[in-house]
Design a protein around this ligand. Structure first.
Ligand SMILES: Cc1cc2nc3c(=O)[nH]c(=O)nc-3n(C[C@H](O)[C@H](O)[C@H](O)COP(=O)(O)OP(=O)(O)OC[C@H]3O[C@@H](n4cnc5c(N)ncnc54)[C@H](O)[C@@H]3O)c2cc1C
Length: 543
């Protein structure tokens, strides 16, 4: 159990965030939105040179909506009406093999229980939006060119050693909580003895960011978001549109051979991909390792970790940064509860219990999807201009279509539940099955509370976040003053919101649904609980 009483401590800052990648920045925004004083230190200058993350999934978009940046993400992202097709070929100017037709972002049919579609927004736009929003909150301080060189914790706080990389100055900073968002190479994780489980290398890959006006029009394949080249070795490279215009990301998938790393002949490979010469300007090159790793613990005392520190996965499905945003939105309200004095001793530790299974599931899903793509290995004569070559291209195309490598992942994005959590009021009977592609809304405790429009530009999830929300649904919901009283007696922020719309009452399945600050259901019932104090103690980690 963690002693979350901070009265004995003497702090420079309640929360210190280490690392200003997208996950650290999202934590700063979320804490700023909560009004919690925090400082983020980032060793770099905060400028994104090479965009890695691009796909902002439905759940992250819901949080972007909370933070007031969802519209900006859409505006600065991949154009809404543009084709998102995945087009497979031998070369861009050669034979087409398969085409996975995906609806444009403004045509995606969302499942019931969701209002925010997935959106692509390159990190070069996404991180600055987070930076700007973080800076707009008075309690947030962002410090660049500052490296954390170590942390030491004792029962009453954490001392971080910081170095200003511009003038070399050292300082010790005392915080109640440290959130390490340092990325894959995390000295804090290693110093805490937290181990990564899984497969350290799935492949050595190379990304090339390039600008080209000609790329979009020099072929007969039409508009698409992803262009993928198949050779005798299988799918060996792809080009993704970054901005729907002239910015592209070429990816050479690479192999398991570490000696192949860093040896890509970019010009030769771009020519092989296109099947001809074309004009381009290389902007940056990123060599990176695909991994399938998840940490055995997400937190140690007053130090919590989030993002790539604790899970590293192949980008298939866009779950890296998005899983990190899920982490910090789970952690932030628990830290707020501890700082405000209403957390039970067991609350912070539920961060690992709730988030690790989700991290592992996403890491394993991404690896499995990547492997399915790797499994499609053509016969050597796929490039031949012969009847055998033609037959092979057709068969490979059918296998690609069967593998459905870009199938929707609604269930993974918004259907995740904290089924084994000790801070939700469990119901008897087996939980609904875990869904990956589809999403079936449920308010079973542990699930994300489903979303729906309440009016123009106002959704149910907009009600959540500041504290617990007791939704009282339908024309005549039962009174649940005992829950409000039990919460008030323990200092737990809880307000009742009446929602009369019949379709939302139907979506929410029961008359009373208690939703946590992270938008997950803590308890539900047709009538107030007999022992409201017991419910409130359980959901604040004090049972
Ligand atoms: C090719 C590619 C495509 C991807 N596409 C997607 C996608 O579409 N969707 C998605 O969700 N994910 C995607 N990802 C994954 C995503 O990029 C990562 O999950 C995400 O960047 C992790 O964010 P982070 O903040 O945890 O770590 P990082 O982005 O690695 O940031 C960590 C930061 O911490 C700083 N830092 C480290 N140590 C210290 C220290 N001691 N003191 C101060 N600062 C420190 C670093 O300088 C860095 O800025 C992709 C990844 C790759 C490689």
């Amino acid at each position: 159990m963690l002693d979350t009483s901070i009265s004995s401590g003497n702090f420079d800052i309640p929360v210190l965030i280490i690392g200003g990648g997208p996950v650290g920045l999202a934590m700063a925004v979320e804490l700023g939105w909560r009004g919690i004083d925090c400082m983020l230190v980032e060793q770099g200058d905060g400028v994104v040179g090479h965009p890695k993350t691009n796909g902002v999934n439905m759940r992250t978009m819901e949080y972007c909506r909370r933070w007031g940046i969802a519209e900006a993400v859409r505006e600065q992202g991949y154009p809404l009406g543009r084709s998102r097709d995945h087009i497979y070929f031998t070369t861009l100017t050669g034979w087409e093999i398969a085409r996975q037709v995906n609806p444009a972002y403004d045509e995606i049919q969302l499942p019931r229980g969701a209002v925010e579609p997935f959106q692509r927004c390159p990190q070069t736009a996404f991180d600055p939006l987070l930076q700007e929003r973080a800076r707009s909150f008075e309690p947030v301080t962002l410090r660049y060119h500052v490296r954390c060189e170590g942390v030491e914790q004792d029962p009453s706080g954490v001392t971080a050693r910081l170095r200003n990389l511009q003038d070399g100055e050292e300082e010790n900073l005392r915080a109640a909580f440290v959130v390490a968002c340092e990325g894959a190479r995390s000295p804090i994780r290693d110093a805490l003895g937290i181990k990564l489980d899984g497969t350290p290398v799935l492949g050595y890959s190379t990304n090339v960011l390039f600008r080209s006006e000609e790329f979009a029009t020099m072929h007969d394949k039409g508009d698409g978001r992803s262009y993928l080249a198949m050779g005798p070795e299988g799918q060996w490279a792809s080009v993704n549109s970054i901005n729907g215009k002239d910015l592209w990301r070429f990816q050479v998938r690479g192999s398991l051979d570490p000696d192949s790393w860093g040896k890509v002949d970019v010009d030769a490979d771009l020519k092989r991909f296109a099947g001809r010469d074309f004009d381009y300007q290389i902007l940056s090159i990123l060599e990176w390792i695909r991994r399938q790793l998840v940490a055995d613990r997400y937190q140690d005392g007053r130090i919590a970790l989030a993002g790539d520190c604790i899970h590293q996965l192949t980008p298939a499905g866009s779950f890296g940064m998005n899983t990190g945003v899920g982490d910090i939105t789970n952690l932030s309200w628990k830290i707020e509860a501890a700082l405000s004095g209403w957390a039970g001793d067991g609350l912070i530790a539920t961060y690992t219990t709730e988030r690790r299974p989700i991290g592992k599931r996403n890491v394993d899903f991404a690896a499995a999807r990547y492997a399915r793509g790797e499994n499609v290995i053509p016969a050597p004569f796929i490039l031949d201009e012969t009847p055998d070559g033609e037959r092979e291209r057709k068969e490979v195309g059918e296998r690609i279509t069967d593998e459905a490598l870009a199938a929707p992942t609604f269930g993974l994005q918004i259907g995740y539940r904290y089924d084994d959590s000790p801070i939700i009021c469990h119901e008897p009977g087996p939980p609904p099955p875990i869904e990956r592609e589809t999403y079936t809304p449920t308010t079973r405790p542990g699930a994300r509370a489903p979303d729906a429009w309440l009016g123009k530009n106002r959704a149910v999830t907009d009600l959540f976040g500041r504290g617990f929300v007791l939704l009282a649904l339908g024309a005549a919901p039962p009174k649940a003053e005992n829950l409000e009283q039990a919460a008030a007696a323990r200092g737990v922020p809880l307000k009742t919101v009446f929602v009369t719309e019949p379709d939302i009452a139907d979506l929410y399945q029961q008359a009373l649904v208690l939703v946590r600050p992270d938008g997950h259901v803590a308890w539900r019932g047709e009538a107030p609980p007999a022992d409201a104090g017991q419910v409130i103690d359980l959901i604040r980690g004090a049972a």
